[in-house]
Write a protein that binds this ligand. Structure first.
Ligand code: 5CA
Ligand code: ZN
Length: 413
């Protein structure tokens, strides 16, 4: 699929400390240690209700990771998918009397426009599920051949499943106990009661065609891919195993990322699909997680239509730590608008205090598990000084603007 336009990123003189991020699997903040090219896979949208502020928060977070890695001199090979074949998409298309492919295309385009407005750097490879069906078929064949997968004994619907016990280390990514796994599996798209499965936790790899559902031919019969194998195949084929960062919201910790990892490890006979599993907290509205099923959504496109500056939306999303579950309120946006105004007037001043120590602080806080609240506070303090007439460096406003653009994705002029 087409990605979206790449905004120019200013080069900031100097360099910051190495990036450390919380790893879900190890339950600790650890250094990210990529080679010259860092590799990152972030789970993309299911295109039927894009882009709400929860999505935006997640993609802005990984954009921060991308920006910090680039600032450290790495190339970033960033891959993202689009789940453009899935039940919720079909259901929405049915409800609205539109073709599910058209709905997917329209919502994906809206998402690209929103990401562009938020100055999120595009993935190098942006891959739809439809485009990757050949890749999925290939890996499902391998999993069947190795015994990691099996066909259920059902003449009508011979679905293919992955054995949860195919890898020894299964469960390491989430660290959840059996009860928690069972609960989340049932809540998040799993089918524990499907007759014929060997273990209630076994995950769907290939769904045999049902009447009225789209399907593709395969050596194991016509059907369509399961969810986890889509991300597994797309990541594996572009980044290889033990890529640097697997990302998404914390609602994907289990079963999605556990199984994506297990599929990848079973396919390659390795023990660790990604070196870091990074998860964002959930953004909510009115006391509840923002989700399509609850319908309590605030859309980036609606805010943009109401002429809200996208830089303020981004700043609002960066105001709290990415791992915190948090609520979006009118005040969140108001605070960001005020802050953006202050930063912009300071950036437009003819002089200010030396920018170098502020830039060093921004880098230091971002490297510390993306501590954006502290990074933003460092810019606030500089802007306050400018307002009070402290500082006489005529280059400081332009230097700080360039750093805020490169490191935080916020344009100040
Ligand atoms: N297509 C799958 C991933 S392969 C999917 O989860 N799609 S999604 O449209 O439901 O979500 C897209 C991304 O936004 C995922 O990383 C998800 O974890 C994240 N996300 C969804 N809701 C929220 C929320 N309320 N707050 C923060 N992130 C969210
Ligand atoms: Zn995914």
């Amino acid at each position: 699929m087409q990605s979206w336009p790449d905004p120019a990123v200013p080069v900031v003189p100097g360099s910051g400390p190495a990036l450390r991020l919380f790893d879900t699997a190890d339950r600790a903040v650890r250094p990210v240690t990529p080679g010259p090219t860092a590799t990152m896979y972030v789970c993309g949208i299911t295109p039927y209700d894009a882009t709400h502020l929860g999505h935006a928060a997640t993609y802005v977070t990984f954009d921060q990771v991308n920006r910090v890695l680039r600032d450290l001199g790495h190339e970033v090979n960033y891959v993202q998918n689009v789940t453009d074949v899935d039940d919720p998409l079909f259901e929405r298309a049915d409800r609205d009397g539109v073709d599910w492919r058209d709905l997917g295309r329209r919502e994906t385009q809206l998402f690209r426009d929103d990401m562009t407005a938020l100055r999120v750097l595009p993935p190098r490879d942006y891959i739809g599920a439809i485009e990757s069906i050949g890749e999925v078929i290939e890996v499902v064949e391998k999993l069947l051949a190795s015994g990691a997968a099996y066909v259920v004994d059902d003449a009508e619907y011979p679905d293919v499943y992955f054995r949860a016990d195919a890898t020894e280390q299964f469960g390491y990514e989430s660290g959840y106990d059996a009860q928690t796994m069972a609960t989340f599996f049932a809540e998040r798209g799993g089918d524990p009661d499907r007759p014929g499965k060997r273990d209630p936790l076994d995950a769907l790899l290939w769904r045999a065609v049902r009447p009225g559902e789209p399907s593709w031919e395969s050596p194991f019969g016509p059907g369509r891919p399961g969810w986890h194998i889509e991300c597994s195949a797309i990541a594996l084929n572009r980044l290889g195993v033990e890529f640097d960062i697997q990302g998404g919201g914390n609602d994907l910790i289990f079963p999605h990322h556990e199984f994506s990892a297990a599929h990848g490890e079973a396919l390659t006979n390795t023990r660790r699909f990604a070196r870091h599993y990074v998860h964002t907290g959930m953004v909510g509205l009115d006391g509840e997680k923002m989700s399509k099923s609850r319908g309590n959504l605030v859309f980036v496109s609606v805010l943009r239509r109401d002429k809200v500056d996208p830089a303020a939306i981004r700043l609002a999303l960066l105001a709290e730590h990415y791992r915190a579950d948090r609520m979006w309120t009118d005040e969140t946006l108001q605070t960001a608008l005020t802050r953006l105004g202050r930063w912009r007037s300071a950036a437009a001043s003819s002089n200010g205090p030396d920018a170098a120590p502020v830039i060093a602080r921004i880098r230091q806080h971002l490297a510390d598990d993306l501590d954006t609240p502290k990074a933003l506070a460092a810019v606030d303090a500089w802007a306050d000084d400018v307002r009070q007439g402290i500082g006489t460096d005529p280059d400081a406003p332009a230097q700080l603007s360039a750093a805020v653009d490169a490191l935080l994705g916020i344009e100040l002029h």
